[in-house]
Design a protein around this ligand. Structure first.
Ligand code: ASP
Length: 296
């Protein structure tokens, strides 16, 4: 089997807008996979490929990351992202940014630095110094997320979102990336699992994982790293992911994840009603799905 293979998700528990505009969402998923494929085919490694996929997903307004991110209770957008390279476990993450248009690019900059996680205004400043585009916070805020926040503050509506990508490249390199606006209605300053290495994002030389769902429970389960631990102990990839989602469930959380291992096995389980997702394998066309039916 082996690579290259790219797997993406756009959040467990697709909201009303995603379900009402499935064709647009499928097109965005497809574009993200093709962007990662093009990067790989022009010689980029897995880390650059997952970054390329997430850049597309951050730009798509119906997914909860970058433009169209979920909003905090005060109506502002706070963006978080992480990128991890499996070969040397180099990791970069940002949390609670307000002005960086593509948070995954800021995470990529952090990955190349000595630090692992930069937050808030200093994270934005770091990104700006690297030349990553800065925008007003309004850029991230869409009418759809404003309406959704109103529903959430009134106690209605499902909260999930987030985007992510994992990849095994032709050289055997693995990488994972995740980007999110967090959970609609979250208090400003709240950080979930997505930018936390080992919780929402992990890559080493045997597996790459990106999670989505109730962030607090994914943090408490050390979800992404737990997949790696189970795989290292000899568990099959799909079984390891199912066991971790069950552990998250035992803490009262739900969601999904995507994972790929060094053999090229890929899995994308979720316990919510839907999870926009897709996969591209070398020599094959990309496949995407939103609801429970598996197209692969
Ligand atoms: N896990 C993300 C968070 O807790 C949200 C999500 O994936 O839906 O911030």
């Amino acid at each position: 089997m082996n690579g290259p293979v790219v797997v993406i998700h756009a959040g467990a528990g697709a909201g009303r807008a995603v379900l009402a505009q499935k064709a647009r969402c499928r097109a965005a998923l497809n574009e993200a996979l093709l962007s990662a494929r093009d990067a790989l085919e022009s010689g980029a490694d897995a880390t650059a490929a997952v970054q390329a996929a997430v850049r597309v997903l951050e730009d798509f307004e119906l997914f909860n990351a970058g433009h169209g991110a979920a909003l905090c209770s005060d109506g502002s957008a706070e963006l978080s992202a992480a990128l991890m390279r499996g070969s040397d476990r180099a990791a970069g993450a940002v949390a609670a940014l307000h002005r960086t248009r593509q948070p995954i690019d800021a995470a990529a900059g952090v990955l190349e630095s000595h630090q692992v996680l930069l937050i808030g205004d200093q994270g934005d400043r770091f990104a700006a110094e690297m030349g990553v585009e800065q925008v007003a916070n309004d850029y991230f805020i869409t009418d759809r997320q404003r309406d959704f926040l109103e529903d959430r503050l009134a106690g209605a509506g499902e909260a999930h979102g987030t985007v992510g990508a994992v990849c095994l490249d032709a050289g055997g390199g693995l990488a994972a990336a995740t980007s999110t606006g967090g959970i609609s209605g979250q208090p400003p300053g709240r950080v979930g699992d997505s930018p936390l290495i080992g919780a929402g994002t992990w890559a080493d030389d045997s597996v790459a994982v990106s999670c989505t769902g109730d962030g607090e429970m994914f943090v408490r389960a050390a979800a992404a790293h737990s997949v790696a631990t189970l795989v290292a102990s000899g568990r099959d990839l799909a079984e390891a992911c199912a066991a971790v989602l069950a552990d998250v469930g035992s803490l009262g959380g739900e969601g999904g994840l995507i994972a790929v291992d060094a053999h090229g096995h890929a899995t994308m389980p979720f316990v919510t009603a839907a999870m926009p997702r897709g996969m591209w394998r070398s020599g094959q066309d990309p496949v995407v799905a939103i609801g429970p039916r598996q197209p692969y």
